[in-house]
Every structure is written in structure tokens, then in C-alpha cells.
Design a protein. Sequence first.
Length: 328
Amino acid sequence: MAAFLLFVMLLVLVGTIVFFVLSFSKGEGNRRKYLIRSGISLGAVLFFGFGAGLAALSSSFTGEVAAESEIVEVEEEVEPKEDSKESELEKDKEEKQVEEKETKKEDEKEAEEQVEKEEETNIVKEKQKEEEQEAKEKEAEELAKKEQEEKEAEKLAQKEAEEKEAEEPAKKEEEERKAEEEKSTTTFSQDQAIETAENYLNYTAFSKQGLIEQLKFEGFSQEEATEAVEAISVDWQQQAISMAENYLDYTAFSKSGLVEQLEFEGFSQEHASHAVDSVSVDWQEQAVTMAQNYLDYSSFSKEGLIDQLIFEGFSSEHANYAVSQVGF
């Protein structure tokens, strides 16, 4: 715009100079004619320059108005953006406050849980102390009980030895008398052997060999005892089953231990195995019972008790289970 105004001013200046040159350079007679022409030319130049200036000013003014309008529109667009930004900032602030409250609640909850955990730990420790004290008291009681039982056993053994010693002469005399009677009354003695064998079988179980040994213990000869046992009708397999049940009624056995006990009583390996397979028994519970029986009269470490149960014929699995059930 400034360059254009400078151009118009130069054009006016040039027109003015041409006007004076044409007015005074010709002859005096023609001066009026050239002055008029020069004036018309100068006026045309001034008119053209004035019109061009107005057009430039109008264009500049229109441009400024358009620019101002664009600025206003931009400001109007910026204001909502600023309002939106403030709203987002406010929203972020509220979310942050909510997060801080939740964090605070979680911290308080963790603190409460920690306090509860410490209280539970203290309770567990106190309970452990009580259990340890009870275990010590129980151990002391069992030790005293064991000592008392040992003393009573010694007294009983001594008493039995004295009674046996006193009975020896009488027993010897009785055996001699029976021997004399057997010589004179062989048939009667055999009948007595049979009756004695049957009486024994009426209230308890025997193997064939065990019953013979029992009759011999009662004073019958090997021949009389054998003939008496052979004379009676007995299901020795059923006797093995009955004896297995009798043993399980008052003490605990492993499966192999019970088989060995029946074989010790005089049953064959076949009869003993069949009898043990025939009885209904939970061998794992038998392991628990035997472990408790051992602990009732003696002290064991965990590994020591496991080894003892395995020695008694229980599997490693049953032995470990039993030890865990009795307190280890």
C-alpha cells in the first residue's frame, strides 16, 4: 500500500513538471492553448491518482475488517477450547481427589489388616506356649506313671517267682501222681485229654500245634495230646480267622505282623495268610493305634517312631500317616 501511494505521488510530481514545461516552452501565442492542455492532462493525472488511492484505501480497509473478523472468530473458537480445557482440568482434579480417597481407604484397610494379623500371631504364640506347657506336664505325668508301672511289674514278677518257687514241690508231686494214674488208666487219660481240648476250643481259638502244646502244658503226654487233637473235628482255617480277630480286639497289628503272629501260634503260612485276608480291618488305622500305644508307655522322636512302625511291618506310607495323626 505504501509503495502504491509513493508511485501516485511521483506521477503527480511528473505531471506538474510537464505542465510547467509545456506552459512556458512554446511561443506566447500558443501558451494559452498549451496551458489548457497541460491543465487538462494534469487534472486527468490527479483524478486517476485520486481514484486509485481511494480504491487502495477501500481495499486496505476491507482487508483490515476481514482480518479483524477472522481474529474475532479465532478468539471465539479459542474461548470454547479454553472452557473445555478448564472443564477437563476440573474433571482431572476431581478424579485425582477420588483416587486419593480410595488410596487413603486402602491404606487404612491395610493398617487394620496388619493389626488383626499381629493380634492373631500373638494368640497363636500364646496358644503354642500353653500347648508346650501342657505337653511338658503330660510328659512328666507319663514318666511318673511309667515308673510306677515298672515298680508294680517288679513287685508282681517277684511275687510270681516266689509263688512259683513255693509251687514247684507241689507241682512235681502232682505230675508224679498223674504219671502213675496214666500208667494205670490209659483210656481214661485219653478221654480227659479230648475233653480238655474241646473245653479250650469252646472259649478261645487254637492252631492244631498250639492245642497240642496246650494239652502237654496241662500234663498230657505228647502221644495223648496228639491223639486227642486228632480225635476231635476242628476247622483249623476258621480257628486261624478267629484267633486273628481276637488279637485285633485288644491290640494293633500290621498285616505282615499278624500273619507272623499266627504262624508263631502254630498255624501254617497258608492258613495264616488266608485268615488275615479274611478279616475286615483298616491297616492304616492299625498303624495309628500302634503309634499311640507306643507313645503311651515310651518316648519317641518322629523318625524313631516311623522306623519302629516300619519294623512292625507297616508300609512307609502308613507309618508316616500314623505319626502325623498322633501329634508329630
